[in-house]
Design a protein around this ligand. Structure first.
Ligand SMILES: NC(=O)c1ccc[n+]([C@@H]2O[C@H](COP(=O)([O-])OP(=O)(O)OC[C@H]3O[C@@H](n4cnc5c(N)ncnc54)[C@H](OP(=O)(O)O)[C@@H]3O)[C@@H](O)[C@H]2O)c1
Length: 333
């Protein structure tokens, strides 16, 4: 397999750092690595035990790389992704900017890897969408889906590095009885739960909630009703979701259990009697989507409830992006 010249935009951020970690962990064939951020500022990042200098994105020569992971802002993706793609670079974009562009595939390899086609610019979905579609795709194929209602419990790392520092600082200040001036979020997040993860629109849904709706519809290729409530909780890593689905065909819970247990990217963690349930601490630092609390709805014939948890920085971001490129490597061999 030919080694690849790789750039990571946002290499100093949470997702960018995780991409570097995962490229090393999976022995991705990196021929050269360019680490990019707003400015170099004399910074470096570590890759395979070596310090790699960080460069400012503005002066990037895009003809020097084959693949670029974009893990910066939507604005940075808007500006630089088309330039990189014009230079023949395959761009995997973690930002929201291109996700709903009809000409840009929105890809979760376990679900719709075929959608990549010949695209040079490929979008990776929102973290909360990724874990939900990985858990639901086997059920969609087997039983068909009629509707989804999801409530999320999202970790602060979903907001970036600064939010993790905010949680630590607010927790310490609360325990020391000091005043808190909210910074990352409008109100304190420590010892609190915020019933929104994003700005509210005129319809009273947040942007994050609409991402769950629209991105799921695009990935599944169907106008499925998806109603979401996205909530921020004081957890560092791993998003949890309470997912309710109505299926087209009748199901047996035990068969759904078996189906999920043999599905790619999923681990069934479901023995409540012994306290075995999916939780953020178990989902963190690994790539599988944990699914449990499977149970039939008490009132709707084809209604199924489940709890879905995954590491938002890994499968929800970096791992999904690396898997997209891995699926292309055989073509480039
Ligand atoms: N965190 C998650 O769970 C998650 C999941 C899925 C998708 N995403 C998406 O991934 C992206 C990165 O998120 P994150 O959590 O890693 O954020 P983060 O920790 O705040 O890091 C942001 C990174 O982007 C760089 N950056 C920001 N604006 C830039 C610009 N205009 N030009 C060049 N570089 C710029 C920053 O560089 P400096 O150090 O120079 O400021 C930093 O390296 C975002 O688009 C986010 O929506 C995040």
């Amino acid at each position: 397999m030919n080694a690849v010249r790789v750039a990571v935009l946002g290499a100093t951020g949470l997702v960018g750092q995780k991409i570097l970690e995962i490229l090393a962990e999976r022995n991705f064939p990196v021929r050269s690595l360019t680490a990019l951020a707003t400015e170099g500022h004399g910074r470096s990042v570590s890759f395979r035990g070596e310090a790699v200098p960080v460069c400012g994105v503005e002066s990037m020569d895009w003809s020097s790389v084959d693949v670029a992971f974009f893990a910066a802002s939507a604005e940075a993706s808007r500006t630089y992704a088309p330039i990189a793609a014009d230079h023949g670079v395959t761009v995997i974009d973690k930002s929201s900017y291109f996700r709903m562009d009809p000409s840009v595939p929105l890809v979760v390899p376990e679900v719709n890897g075929d959608a990549i086609g010949d695209a040079r610019l490929i979008a990776s979905p929102n973290c909360s969408t990724i874990q939900m579609v990985v858990a639901l795709e086997p059920i969609r194929r087997q039983y068909g889906l009629k509707r989804i209602i999801v409530s999320t419990y999202q970790a602060v790392s979903g907001t970036g590095r600064e939010a993790m520092e905010t949680l630590t600082d607010e927790t310490r200040r609360t325990l020391e009885d000091q005043t808190i001036t909210p910074s990352t979020y409008p109100t304190p997040i420590a010892f609190n739960v915020l019933p929104y993860c994003d700005k509210f629109g005129a319809d009273d849904y947040t942007g994050e909630e609409w991402k769950l709706t629209r991105e799921t519809q695009k990935i599944f290729g169907m106008s499925l009703p998806v109603s979401a409530t996205a909530v921020r909780v004081p957890v560092y890593v791993s998003h949890a979701e309470s997912v309710y689905v109505e299926t087209e065909k009748a199901f047996e819970v035990s068969l759904v259990h078996e189906l999920l247990a043999r599905s790619p990217g999923v681990r069934v963690v479901d023995n409540p009697a012994d306290g075995i349930v999916p939780i953020p601490l178990d989902a963190a630092d690994q790539d599988l989507v944990l699914v449990g609390r499977l149970r039939r709805d008490l009132f709707v014939d084809n209604g199924l409830h489940m709890f879905v948890v995954a590491d938002n920085l890994r499968k929800g971001a970096a791992t999904n992006a690396v898997q997209i490129v891995e699926s292309l490597l055989s073509r480039w061999a």
